[in-house]
Ligand binder design. Structure first.
Ligand code: FAD
Length: 428
């Protein structure tokens, strides 16, 4: 549902711009503001300029940095002998060349959708013609006694603080066996810490992996010396231990939590945008309010292929959704229909997953789980590939994405045959 901003007497009239009427290439007076200088926001800024938007672009972020990669924060940043420098998405020069103004360390406090202005926490008011919310999320903190003692991991500063604490022999408790918790567990183990993982559910990465892969991941961690506790709900954190509901007590010098992300939707909610676990947007990134868009982790976006809204928290999505939405804001309307994909690195193994498991009934394996590289293609009853999971299986996952996109039944025997040509299969 979309509605247009009403005009408020005394304020600058809201320009009724949606859908985009600006012809690409023309210099214009229009102002595009992006709230959130993260991955989606940074890519959107560059993309809208490269798509021909000739007006002013302001990229506003509350962190003091220009957009940087978060995946290394739970990997190289914790493991490397020397702290590696941040991995920027774009150089300062690139923003300057594209005439993208950055305002960093500037939290946005409110949006006035009638006057089409954003209010910064420092009191400044900035008028926009189109606004992009790319506010991502923040790491969730458990509301339990002693919860303030747990370290979280979302930002560069979080990673530096965690890194500084890791040393051989330190007893580390990781709460949560999702991607972030397990990557921290793997990194801390590599740094010589004694690591225990406490997970409320019955398996690691239970929301994303099939039971076979979850079991494989658990075995990988155990083989590296990590102690795993499942079905254990954390009740409290004391200075040197974690208390769990099942009578389990884990002695720990350091407690880190990877218990999910909370989307930064407060600005959108206060401004009256439709929010349903994320800011509701269509396949072009348009929200329920005229001239306001959302992209990346914060968005709940319409996906034509799946016929429903998806909320993804992954690197490629943040990049490509930012690009597609930035282009839409510049008038290049291409529905965003990326196949979901994520990766994770743990104990030297590269895990990748593409597609969504809903509706899959059969697994076709290529390679054995005892080998270095293997993958499973998850098929529906009609023999179509809906998703694929692989370990050190980049080629297989790439081919699977083409198969998912094609949506045709595949020859399961050829798929399982390590000598079978995947590219040919993907082309049907
Ligand atoms: P964010 O990166 O969260 O950026 C949003 C920005 O908006 C932030 O800087 C935030 O501070 C800012 N902001 C919020 N509110 C305001 C406001 N009011 N005013 C101004 N600014 C505001 N994905 C994978 O696929 N594979 C991986 O291996 C992987 N590893 C990861 C490891 C870690 C430690 C983390 C945290 C994430 C990882 N991801 C991974 C996920 C990926 O990094 C995210 O999906 C991606 O960063 C999301 O980008 P985004 O721009 O939507 O949000």
């Amino acid at each position: 549902m979309r509605h247009h901003a009403a005009t408020d007497a005394g304020c600058r009239p809201a320009r009724k711009l949606s859908p985009c009427k600006e012809s690409p290439g023309r210099m214009s007076e229009l102002v595009h503001i992006i709230i959130g200088a993260g991955q989606a926001g940074g890519h959107a800024a560059i993309a809208m300029r490269e798509a021909g938007f000739g007006g002013r672009i302001l990229l506003i972020g509350d962190e003091p940095h220009r957009p940087y990669e978060r995946p290394p924060l739970s990997k190289e940043m914790l493991i490397a002998a020397e702290p590696p420098p941040p991995l920027w998405f774009h150089s300062e020069q690139r923003y300057a060349e594209r005439a993208i103004e950055t305002r960093l360390g500037s939290p946005v406090a409110a949006i006035d959708t009638v006057a089409q202005r954003v209010l910064l926490r420092n009191g400044a008011r900035l008028a926009y013609d189109r606004l992009l919310l790319a506010t991502g999320g923040r790491a969730r903190r458990l509301a339990i006694p002693g919860g303030e003692r747990m370290l979280l991991l979302r930002t560069l500063e979080d990673a530096r603080a965690l890194r500084a604490r890791l040393r051989p022999g330190l007893r580390v408790a990781c709460i949560g066996a999702g991607v972030i918790g397990l990557e921290i567990a793997a990194a801390a183990t590599q740094r010589g810490c004694a690591v225990e993982v406490i997970e409320a559910g019955p398996a690691p990465m239970g929301r994303s992996l099939t039971p076979d892969f979850a079991a494989w991941i658990a075995a990988l961690h155990r083989a590296a010396g990590v102690r795993l506790h499942f079905n254990a709900t954390v009740q409290g954190i004391e200075p040197d231990r974690v208390i769990c509901a099942v009578g389990l007590v884990v002695e720990a010098d350091l407690v880190v939590a990877g218990v999910g992300m909370q989307r930064n939707t407060a600005l959108a909610e206060a401004a009256g945008l439709a929010v349903d676990g994320g800011i509701v947007v269509d396949e072009f990134g348009r929200s329920s309010v005229a001239n306001i868009y959302a992209a990346g982790d914060v968005a709940a976006f319409w996906h034509q292929r799946y016929g429903r809204r998806l909320r993804l928290e992954s690197w490629r999505h943040a990049q490509n959704h930012g690009i597609a939405t930035g282009r839409a804001m510049a008038g290049v309307m291409e529905p965003y229909d990326e196949i979901p994909w994520f990766w994770s690195d743990q104990h030297g193994a590269n895990l990748q997953m593409a597609g969504l498991l809903d509706g899959a009934s059969t697994d076709v394996w290529r390679g054995a789980t005892t080998g270095r590289s293997f993958a499973a293609f998850h098929l529906d009853a009609a023999g179509r590939v809906l998703a694929a999971t692989g370990v050190n299986a980049m080629r297989e996952i790439r081919a699977a994405q083409a198969m998912i996109r094609a949506g045709r039944p595949v020859d399961a025997a050829a798929l399982a045959d390590p000598a079978g040509n995947l590219q040919k299969l993907a082309k049907g």
